[in-house]
Write a protein that binds this ligand. Sequence first.
Ligand code: ADP
Ligand code: ZN
Ligand code: ZN
Length: 671
Amino acid sequence: MSSYFLRIALPTPLNRLFDYLPTAALDPTGLVPGIRVQVPFQSRTLVGILTAIVTETAVAQTKLKPIIAVLDDQPILSVDVYQLCQWAANYYHYALGEVLTSALPVLLRKGKPATLKQKSKTKKKLEITATIDDPALLPTLNTAQQTAVTEVLNTKQSFQVFLLDGVTGSGKTEVYLRIIAEKLAQQLQVLVLVPEISLTPQTIERFRARFSVPIVALHSHLSEQQRLQGWLSAKLGIAQIVIGTRSAIFTPFAQLGLIIIDEEHDTSFKQQDRFRYHGRDLAIMRASLTSIPIVLGSATPSLESLLNMQRQRSTYLSLPMRAGDATLPTFQLVDVRRMTGTQGLSPILLNAMHAHLSQQQQVMLFLNRRGYAPVLYCITCHWTAKCQRCDTRMVFHKNPPRLHCHHCDARTLIPTQCPQCSTNTLQPVGIGTQRLEQTLTQHFPNIPIIRLDRDNTQRKGALQALLMQINQSPQAILLGTQMLAKGHHFPRVTLVGVTDADQGLFSADFRAAEHMGQLLLQVAGRAGRAEKPGTVLIQTRHPEHPLLQLLLQQGYAAFAETLLAERKQFSLPPYAYFAIFRAEAAREEQAVNFLMNIKRLSADLVKTVHVSGPIPGFLPKRKGMHCQQLLIKATQRSLLQDCLKAVLMQLEKLAVPTSVKWVLDVDPIEL
Ligand code: ADP
Ligand code: ZN
Ligand code: ZN
């Protein structure tokens, strides 16, 4: 009989640890927690992480199985990443085994050895000094930038949050680069989180041009082997800078000295499926666990970060002016209420486009709707094409021709006759990027029109080719979805047109206005980033809308202040804390019943939270499943957490019918 048991976290949704026996040949006292082990589990073999070596177990010894193999001799994750995973598992109520596994590169999850390939030898580290390629070419920082750099560098290596609030083009990136240079000189590593790295190769290039140290970019276009190598080189202290998207927050470092989050307001930091963590929030936790400073940068800070600043949980750094000689663009609202037959382009916008193009400048048009038209409609019987599996319309695409559900990815042929009344009176209604592109070709036959959306950037290298084309065309019309708004630097663009600003003004989601404001300013931020001043034209049916007026006349700070006051009045985040149980089932009542059970549990257990629902989800039906949700609100985080813990404990004892799939989303960003 063994007197030692190995307590192991395994990638299963079961929220518990599993005890195993050591193999006969193994001295369990020689094992360190944090290493990977291979174990038999049901009929499979799983790779798990040893969390503890214990001398007692609640499982009958005859039922315990020995492990199959020990895969590491040293812990695979650093102590701070391990602690971060524990914190996250607890806070998001997600199984620790799954959290730990998701922190690992896929090859390590599969049990592959954690060995770095020869080419980047550890020795190299000794030769690295934080050299800046050509200091003579660096711009002289303006006063605001200098203050920001000094404030961050003045903190000794201890936890502190900085909110760097700087309008687009104010030189935030330059501030990051200066702070990083100093950290590198102190032999410290730096983690930079960005929203969507593959969209902004320019960012990485800028870092590579500035520093001749090993820089690792972790993004979705890497092979699993490349990802593993990058991850290991950070862990071993070889990579000095890691730039990555949200999951890079789990990268282990030998000597992490600073975290930077660029565009901290961006919702892509929130993972929207499976393990639903917020990359920004975990980054702050990580900085706290590691005792290092963290800089959150944005031109349009999230209301969460602004409130934290007001509550003195972060230090405010502001860059109010554009850097160098660039000035902020001027805004103009274009009332399109009485304009029909313009195909999305008002005469005012068209005239402005002609004027800017004739001066060898570029124009950017923004339309957050891909495809040709959002609706296929029968003018005889009013039929519209709907997705068979979702409560939503099929989007009409022309190239290649098909109807496409943007929610479940279903694709069908375009009917030539109306399926309901058999007439030939089907018409695409509304404007997507493909249709706008076609209209532009008619208005501007001699100008290159460059479209950029998810449909034409999926192929590897496609985005790069389009960006290159943009850089090489003196005159051009760039046209795209919010992909165009993110982080790009197009110096020739002097006019930005927002073809439909109304999508965010009247939405059931309480965050819609905040996101609309952020997006408008991000889009506008693409205009006039070089010497020439920029103009932004915003087409709307609601030019008098108070939020739009406030945003454009008084700026983002006043806009955010008003939104915060509203959130406070109605007890919404960030003044309250939300969690959502979402349930899916083939029949609606199965989902409803399940959530009603949770509602009863929470009512019995805690009187300090407010529970509302169940109500149908944003899409009541998705992929053929009925979606319902239950919202739990509390005025304090701890009250919410207490409730969730109690409910989940009770829920484990109930037999949840297998017909119901459910998830818990803590701090949801979409309702
Ligand atoms: P942000 O990250 O806030 O959008 P960047 O750091 O990209 O701003 O700066 C915008 C542009 O201004 C870049 O071309 C950058 O090189 C330049 N720039 C930044 N700081 C200065 C400065 N102090 N003087 C002159 N140009 C600057
Ligand atoms: Zn019809
Ligand atoms: Zn669908």
